[in-house]
Design a protein around this ligand. Sequence first.
Ligand SMILES: C[S@@+](CC[C@H](N)C(=O)[O-])C[C@H]1O[C@@H](n2cnc3c(N)ncnc32)[C@H](O)[C@@H]1O
Length: 295
Amino acid sequence: MSRREDRRGHRKALRERLSAEEVAELGLELKAGDDHYRAFVGPPATYDILGGLQFELLFDLGLREYHRVLDIGCGSVRLGRLLIPFLLPGRYYGIEPNRNLVIEGLKHHFGGGESGEVVRAKRPVFAPNADFDFSFVGEPIDFIMAQSIASHTGVAETKQLFRSIASACHAGTIAVVTYCRCRTLAEQNTRDGWFYPKRVHYADEFLAGLADSVGLLAYRSCWPLANDRGGGTLVSWQTPLILTKSAWQPPAAQLRAGASAPVRGSRPGRERCPADGNEPVLLNGRPAVDDVPGK
Ligand SMILES: C[S@@+](CC[C@H](N)C(=O)[O-])C[C@H]1O[C@@H](n2cnc3c(N)ncnc32)[C@H](O)[C@@H]1O
């Protein structure tokens, strides 16, 4: 099944269950990148699944309610919709240059925008900067999610993203950066800038080098099993990269998800992950295995 057929299937399933008003409200007839709080951040028909996958991935990686989480490019608070109620107050930090997206997201997910009841109780903190300046956080961050950010950042911006992530990490922080994977350096993006809704591809070797240059270990990882919708199709074709300061031991949930992701395909950006084996793969360095981040 092609990606387009799969999306059509998702839309059809939703239309069968939703009213015409709901279809319009959820932007289901719109394309990824269109001006709508859901469509802007990706295909509207899988908005919910991709929010759930991000949450599940963090949960599989050891997320607890007392952790502090930074959501880079949080868009319309798709992950925050699940994270903000889960985390103890004041522990969700979202950075997003498009402030309207955040406000729309808060309004639709929680009611009342920035002054809604959930927001007042849970006190999420948002910053509108576009420089990957995480100084607004002011506290040690335990988990970082950059979902579908490095799939749009040019070379200079990706370097800045990695530098900023490294500066926000403590010894136990787990950062997840999703990327569109290509096999070779020759295939990857070479330009600077922000490419959107177009995507850019990077090779493991390049990202491993970037991680090295800022003192991070890089592990090519995989989404939870729910990413696989059967029939050879995935919700996200991006690969999650895990960045840590200390050696990381994949938890059982990650190993099981990896073991179920068969190797397939060689087109850039359509690699299953992990593409060359059953377990998360350390892409750089040879650290001692004693510190386990995420505890
Ligand atoms: C593909 S969307 C992903 C949104 C969100 N992570 C999600 O999964 O729903 C990319 C987001 O990155 C935001 N963005 C663009 N430039 C950025 C920058 N320099 N720093 C942080 N976010 C940025 C966009 O406004 C957009 O909301």
